[in-house]
Every structure is written in structure tokens, then in C-alpha cells.
Design a protein. Structure first.
Length: 199
């Protein structure tokens, strides 16, 4: 596998800034800044796109679909068609309420799990892409509607956890590029970044 596209999912518009559902955008924005990349709006893809020319490697693209979450697959499918990218070489960075806040899981299969953005990608690109799953759970209060929860904003205490974990998210993406999906899954899926490292 050679990663050719990393997409962060989110919703455009000021009212969605800092909501749980936009955590994918937060991470992909930080990753682009770290690599010194510049976003450019591409109308044909309904997305912001950044090109990453990695020395000694094939070109990779970072994407932020601007179609609203529920139509994310439409944007990514357009990018895939234009650049002739295989879905198996794509990583989709997204929030997931079934994973506790601050934790990170990587998977290469599975259902949408109630995530409308992932459902859209599955419908239009199939199931072979890699999911970079950013925990935003647990959903509290439990009786809250999922939509209200994911479109809500992080509390100050929750935002502090995100701020402290951001470097872990970025290192995880780097690990995907340097070591591949299997190694990244083995390393990251079992690790709580907030635990003290043992000597």
C-alpha cells in the first residue's frame, strides 16, 4: 500500500467550528501546517486540496471535502477519478463517538457505525480505504441524540484533552506513511497516549 490521499472530514461554516464532528478537519489542518503545505480550493472536487511532494516518494494529496459531512464521498470520489487513485491507498480521518475522547484507532474494514460521512464514502468508493478514527466519546448524556452530540462543541476540559493529544494524532499519521497501515494499527490501536511511558 502506498498512501496517496489523506482526507479529513468535517462541515464547512463558522457555526461548525470546534464541534466534535469537525475533529477530522482539526487534525488534517494541523498535519498540513506541520508539513508546510498550502490549501487551495478546487471547485471540481468541492474540496480544499493540498499537494505534498514527499522527497523520494510519490506525490500525496491532503483533502478537506466542503460538501458537508453527509456528502463527503462525492468529493473524494471526484478526486479519486481525476488523479486515478485507488481507494485502498486512501486514509480518511474522522471523529467517532464509540471511541473515548483522546483515543485513536485505525481500521481497514467495518461499517459506517452511524457516521454519515463514512457511510457516504463507503457508498461511493467501497470499503477498502483506511479509517483513522478519532475518539470523541462517550456520548453523554446517553439519551442525547447522536446528531446533537456530534454537532455540539467540546467543553473546555475536553478541548484540553484534544490539545494535549494532537501531537499523538500527527505522529500516528507520520507512522502510517513511514511504516504502513499494519504497523500503525499494531502500534497505535493498543496505546493510550495519556498513559505515562514506562522506562
Amino acid at each position: 500500500m502506498s498512501i496517496t490521499l489523506v482526507a479529513g472530514l468535517g462541515n464547512p461554516g463558522r457555526e461548525y467550528t470546534d464541534t466534535r464532528h469537525n475533529l477530522g478537519w482539526v487534525v488534517i489542518d494541523a498535519f498540513a501546517r506541520q508539513k508546510g503545505l498550502i490549501w487551495q480550493y478546487q471547485a471540481q472536487f468541492e474540496a480544499d486540496l493540498a499537494r505534498w511532494d514527499r522527497p523520494g516518494h510519490s506525490t500525496c494529496y491532503l483533502a478537506k471535502p466542503l460538501t458537508y459531512m453527509n456528502e463527503s464521498g462525492r468529493s473524494l470520489a471526484a478526486i479519486a477519478r481525476f488523479y486515478k487513485l485507488a481507494p485502498a491507498d486512501m486514509v480518511v480521518v474522522h471523529d467517532e463517538f464509540t471511541i473515548d475522547l483522546g483515543l485513536l484507532k485505525i481500521s481497514t474494514s467495518g461499517s459506517a457505525g452511524g457516521h454519515n460521512g463514512i457511510d457516504s464514502v463507503l457508498r461511493l468508493l467501497g470499503a477498502t480505504f483506511t479509517r483513522y478514527r478519532l475518539g470523541i466519546g462517550p456520548k453523554e448524556p446517553r439519551q442525547m441524540d447522536i446528531k446533537d452530540f456530534v454537532l455540539g462543541k467540546f467543553t473546555p476540559a475536553q478541548q484540553l484533552i484534544i490539545d494535549k493529544t494532537l501531537d499523538h494524532y500527527l505522529k500516528g499519521l507520520d507512522l502510517l506513511f513511514t511504516s504502513g497501515v499494519e504497523k500503525a494499527m499494531t502500534t497505535l490501536n493498543r496505546r493510550d497516549p495519556h498513559e505515562t511511558d514506562q522506562p
